[in-house]
Design a protein around this ligand. Structure first.
Ligand SMILES: Nc1ncnc2c1ncn2[C@@H]1O[C@H](COP(=O)(O)OP(=O)(O)OP(=O)(O)O)[C@@H](O)[C@H]1O
Ligand SMILES: [Mg+2]
Length: 268
């Protein structure tokens, strides 16, 4: 997508502090156009903050972020123009509860992109189809399951024609039986060539869809590489401990159970 031949997302020496709490301590990461990167790591490691710095929901303390070759951390940048190019999906779907699904998808297009009613409705219809919810166009959010609401939230991001999509634990709030439909939509987006940064603990999704897995801890990238390497054969003890806890919380709590190299293999 980047016309410059540069990575679609470039993160350079990124630091973010909240008061005395340095949450990001120097992140360098390039994501190529069409690449899918899954970000994993313990609670508080800075995953959400990293995503939020990419679309300027947080202002970095130091460092640079480029999206499609444009420096979004440039103080003179048009923040609204930047956000338009970056779709974001959160754990909580945050749909407008008082309007129906179609209006949830048309209102932002009309307000932000100034699309006329007919065009906005057509784009909404197309994207509802894309997430498999064409039949829910007239439903209100409360009439949908959590998984359906999250797919509407994905469609709402897609109607803005984003260059990249950021997902922050999009399935964590869902009942297990609803997770699959949301992951299927994300898998399809990846196959269509969307550039995606996905914070997730869904290791099977990471293994199957991610071009690269990035493990963060304490505000730094500890290791990264193909999923089969980072998830299947982690090189760092911190990664091994994290994965072991994720895959088998009970085992990880037993004394002496941490750091054994065979932990992550259990998932295979
Ligand atoms: N707006 C904020 N103000 C102050 N501190 C914040 C703010 N946002 C995040 N933090 C702190 O930054 C640290 C990293 O938070 P962040 O949400 O990025 O972690 P995370 O890796 O996404 O964790 P989780 O897996 O629990 O979502 C935490 O210590 C958190 O308390
Ligand atoms: Mg988070």
């Amino acid at each position: 997508m980047s016309a410059t031949g540069r990575p679609e997302i470039e993160i350079r020496g990124l630091h973010k502090s909240f008061g005395d709490n340095e949450v990001l301590r120097g992140i360098d990461l390039d994501i190529a156009a069409g690449e899918v990167v899954c970000v994993i790591g313990p609670s508080g490691s800075g995953k959400s903050t990293l995503l939020r710095c990419v679309n300027l929901l947080e202002e970095p303390t130091k460092g640079q972020v480029f999206v499609g070759g444009t420096e979004v951390t440039d103080l003179d940048v048009d923040i609204d123009a930047v956000r338009r190019r970056i779709g974001m999906v959160f754990q909580q779907f945050n749909l407008f509860p008082h309007v129906n699904v179609t209006e949830n998808l048309t209102l932002p297009q009309r307000r932000v992109l100034r699309r006329d009613k007919a065009r906005a409705a057509e784009v909404a219809r197309r994207n509802l189809e894309r997430v498999g919810l064409a039949d829910k166009a007239d439903a209100y959010p409360a009439q949908l399951s959590g998984g359906q609401q999250q797919r509407v939230a994905i469609a709402r991001a897609l109607v803005m024609d984003p260059e990249v999509m950021l997902f922050d634990e999009p399935t964590s709030a869902l009942d297990p039986e609803l997770v699959g439909d949301v992951l299927a939509v994300m898998r399809q987006l990846a196959a269509e060539g969307m550039t995606m940064m996905v914070v997730t603990h869904e290791m099977s999704f990471a293994r199957e869809v991610a071009d690269r897995v990035v493990f963060m801890d304490g505000g730094v990238i500890v290791e990264q590489g193909p999923a089969e390497q980072v998830v299947g054969n982690p090189q760092h003890e911190r990664t091994r401990n994290f994965l072991m806890r994720l895959l088998d919380p009970a085992a990880a709590e037993q004394p002496g159970a941490e750091g054994t190299a065979d932990g992550p293999d259990k998932e295979r």
